[in-house]
Design a protein around this ligand. Sequence first.
Ligand code: S3P
Length: 425
Amino acid sequence: MNIQRSNGLKGEVKIPGDKSISHRAVMLGALAKGTTKITDFLQGADCLSTMECFRRMGIQIQNTSGEVLVHGQGLHGLAAPSDLLNVGNSGTTIRLLSGILAPQPFSATLTGDASIQKRPMKRVMEPLSQMGAKIESLSGNGCAPLRISGTPLKGIHYKTPVASAQVKSCILFAGMYADGATTVTEPVLSRDHSERMLEHFGARLTREGTAVTIQPEPQLAAREIPVPGDISSAAYFIAAATLVPHSEILIRNVGINPTRSGMLEVCRAMGADIQYLNERDDSGEPTADLLVRSSSLKGTVIEGAIIPALIDELPVLAVMAAFAKGETIIRNAEELKVKESDRIAVMVENLSAMGADITGTPDGMIIRGGPALHGAEIHTYKDHRIAMSFAVAALAAEGTTHIEDADCVNISYPDFYGDLQRLSR
Ligand code: S3P
């Protein structure tokens, strides 16, 4: 894919459904009694992997244009899969599903692509084992494939060393089947979509600070789930409209859950011009339309408690920082190294190739804005967020940028290039 400098972005875009919420809607819909109707479900490869895993466990799911119907069989209604469960590239699928599979009366094996087979699974194996689960890394390296032999679980209080919504959700989902209450305490609050959706489906949760407790054996009842647009996908349009002069765009239907919207705060601190319009609440998730106009940016420091609320947006924030005046420091973001690619190393490699002044650190990066960026050959390592971040950089850089393996955007935003091209002049 070749992308050239843009003369400005104009118009409106409706962002596809939130990836985290789409996964959870299928999972909890499958474990509820009755038919859950999901609108604006994200038709990206990761969420389709989740759907396919549940189909293999006997759940009927209709996926017609515009809506998904999940015919839930209740908490104890899953059937043993006849084959491997393939999560593809999806960390959310493998980690959340591990929590659901651990207490089932059957065994299953979870596997995925080359990237997923390198990502750390000990972070879910450890708490699940404490609950009594039998879960084994078949390669013995703490990564997938994972063999899970279902067994009864006990409730625990787990203090997670990492702020990870995938770990927290895995334990809460397993906790639905435990013999008593299960509590997870995080060092910093991560995205709370599981908590919100569990409550929406009828589970009993108590939340205090960064701790959440779930009571076992909830009676989950089918619900309608309107999925808000994914702020992590909106981030590319926010960045593009900010960076490319003469831009003004309206981004419709963006989820602005405070545990996800750290990027908006940071952009505003950097000098971005973002207005919230039409704020509303859709089934427990706040949404708004965002009006974004181009503006000049200044460097900032991104660190501490805000990191989990913008972890997936750090690559595109690094791109914005390269166009900002002054220095931007990103700290406490070592989790970037264990995403779909090592996002610290990959950002340093590619932004340097475009002429940026960037240094990688063990837990982030330092970017000194100033040098004009030029087109380059971008190595995405098949990481969707890297491809989209550099499509944005390309719109604001001199010359032509070539993005290798550009179709990896199918993971979270299949029409990304089409939407970007439609807005760009
Ligand atoms: C996600 C949580 C985050 C995020 C990922 C989706 C989720 O991962 O990076 O894209 O849906 O729970 P971690 O839990 O590993 O931080």
